[in-house]
Design a protein around this ligand. Sequence first.
Ligand SMILES: [Fe+2]
Ligand SMILES: [Fe+2]
Length: 185
Amino acid sequence: MREKVSYTAMKFGTQRDTEIVNRHYDEQLQGFGQRVMDWMRQLDGESPYQVTRLEHCLQTATRAEQDGADEETIVCALLHDIGDVLAPANHSQVAAALLAPYVSEKNHWIVRHHGLFQGYYYFHFMQQDRNAREQFVRHRYYGACVDFCERWDQASFDPDFRSQPLEYFEPKVIALFEREPKSMF
Ligand SMILES: [Fe+2]
Ligand SMILES: [Fe+2]
């Protein structure tokens, strides 16, 4: 049986207990890329669009690659809507949090804010300000996030677009999550 900690409340924990937990944590991290792939597969269901949410993500990533984006950016494009599975009400934040330990500050910022920036294309149909993203107009990644939405995200609802399959991106996803994660307690 797997080694267990000695405590029933954490305040009674020991050095050895912490080592047991950390060994488990390291094992969990190793399979993380595969679990991310499983969550992506959950996007392959009903959607109001002409494509599934998974297909939207595949198109977004395929367009990023066709535009010459680097591997990290391609994976961010693929995963930008992964939050739809767990947290439809704040999907940008969830995707950004998942990626944060593994990606640049810039890519994190773009994923974190893409939902608001995408609002440019439909907020005015909901009596909301389509230009709400302009609160960030002076931010150094504003232009990059506008481009992410215009060139890749908003364009990727096309049933006739030929996207790469999820398996094509799998090695890139696995490689990203094999990076040493930044500690973010
Ligand atoms: Fe999104
Ligand atoms: Fe999207």
